[in-house]
Design a protein around this ligand. Structure first.
Ligand SMILES: NC(=O)CC[C@H](N)C(=O)O
Length: 457
């Protein structure tokens, strides 16, 4: 069966390699998506998808014909076409909510060789063991060489089966180097994946005439953020408010593994109105244009204003979180030509000159050329000089554009979570000490006797 599928794939892709353009009509008819209206079929219920002609059409007019190895979608799937240079981590990238609205092109030629692990596997805190969120967020994937045979101890299905179950189209057999060159030259562009209704059609399916919708015109963070507050690791010694703009599970894990209780709140939630006290705030990653995040920016400004005259609440932002904290400080954002996506982006810590290799996935950046009193650039990209973080000059507010939680990618900047947690605990102790100084005699007595036995003492 595998041999047969591989043979067909090879034959079709050979056929398509010699016919990347067309000037003819192919009859199209609608196909039901495998997953239906948002429902995902269970693991094992979907056979290896039938290889069919497929194509990636770019808004710039280029077409790349290939072979479908994912969902047999009826209508073409549109999105912003971006590329990643990451060598591994396709399951983590595809479930990263920051990729919402995007068609992801892998520069690494061989994709799918280690299959897909079990989405139901959980860690002790109930978080997904292998994925960054419960579902696939990319709109489609484009690869050069799809490994029809996978092998890994954790794999429960192939990449093609996983895509098919989630209704996500996937195209292989295309020259991804040519696509990456084009995207680098022309910038990220809108595009669509079209899959032929039948395996017997010898040519890539054409793009029906229509306007490509730019996903970045929508507030994608609002769409992927949690709708309700929830807590992870309720027994943690410090309470971190995580403002969820599309959080990757590994950010939660990095906090929980360091002993924190994490209270996850929606993207537009104002934590200064909450009755409960937070010891620290994390601003998560998230998809789309940071220009839609004015509400979150205002809420962060409220947290900072609320700190005046008190022990400050440490804030740490990641990716979209960097853009939000930066905008709260007064910086502006801009759209990069093709962004930085991959696991090998060098970033210099401007406080000590050290360079770290980082995991990245972003298409927007902060413009830090304008000086903002009280704030400074924190990290800088050693390749393109773009901003990779900002920090307050004296208060514990900082953020990074890259992903210190990795998954996938290098763990070189994992210490930033430890720094943040140390700051949170130190300031909680300080808060404790100050309130004991200015409190009434009875409070002072309680703080000294009870506080000295507490875990923060
Ligand atoms: N990973 C992220 O948080 C991405 C942030 C933002 N959507 C960007 O593309 O720049």
């Amino acid at each position: 069966m595998i041999k047969h599928a591989r043979g067909m794939l090879f034959a079709i892709s050979q056929q398509l390699r010699v016919s990347n353009t067309w000037g003819f009509q192919v009859k199209t008819r609608r196909l039901a998506t495998v997953s239906g209206a948002g429902l995902v079929a269970p693991v094992g219920s979907v056979a290896e998808p039938e290889p069919r002609p497929a194509a990636l059409h770019l808004g710039t007019g280029s077409t790349f014909g290939g072979v479908s190895f994912g969902a047999a979608v009826g209508a073409p799937v549109t999105g912003e076409v971006v590329f990643t240079t990451s060598l591994v981590g396709y399951t983590e990238s595809m479930t990263d909510p920051s990729y919402s609205g995007q068609i992801l092109v892998f520069a690494q030629p061989l994709i799918g060789n280690y299959g897909v692990p079990d989405a139901a596997a959980r860690d002790a805190a109930g978080l997904s063991r292998f994925f960054e969120s419960p579902r696939i967020h990319v709109r489609g994937v484009v690869v050069n060489d799809y490994a029809a045979r996978h092998s890994h101890w954790a794999a429960v299905e192939s990449l093609g089966q996983w895509c098919a179950r989630h209704g996500v189209p996937a195209v292989c057999g295309v020259d991804t180097r040519a696509i990456v060159s084009l995207l680098r030259a022309r910038g990220s562009t809108l595009g669509e994946i079209a899959v032929a209704p039948s395996a017997n059609l010898p040519f890539p399916p054409p793009s029906p005439p229509h306007t490509l919708v730019n996903p970045n015109q929508f507030n994608l963070c609002a769409a992927v953020s949690t709708k309700v507050k929830y807590i992870v690791n309720s027994g943690g010694d410090v309470n971190i408010a995580l403002i969820d703009c599309g959080v990757k599970h590994n950010i939660l894990k990095c906090l929980v593994n360091r002993g924190a209780k994490v209270t996850v709140v929606p993207w537009d939630h104002d934590i200064t109105k909450d009755a409960e006290k937070y010891d620290g705030v994390v601003l998560s990653n998230g998809p789309g244009d940071p220009g839609h995040m004015a509400k979150t920016v205002a809420n962060v400004q409220a947290i900072i204003a609320n700190d005046v005259g008190k022990t400050p609440t440490p804030i740490f932002g990641i990716c979209m979180g960097n853009q939000i904290l930066g905008m709260a400080a007064g910086y502006k954002t801009y759209k990069m030509p093709f962004g930085n996506r991959g696991h090998n982006q060098p970033c210099i810590d401007l406080t000590n000159g050290k360079c770290f290799i980082t995991s990245q996935n972003h298409g927007y950046a902060l413009d830090d050329t304008v000086k903002i009193p009280g704030w400074m650039p924190y990290f800088r990209n050693a390749n393109d000089g773009s901003n990779e973080g900002v920090r307050h000059t004296s208060l514990p507010y900082s953020s990074v554009q890259f992903h210190p939680e990795a998954c996938g990618g290098p763990l070189d900047t994992d210490h930033l979570f430890s720094n943040f947690m140390n700051e949170v605990r130190a300031l909680k102790r300080e808060h404790h000490r100050l309130s004991s100084k200015i409190g009434t005699a009875i409070n002072l007595y309680n703080t000294q006797t009870v506080g000295s036995r507490s875990s923060y003492a």
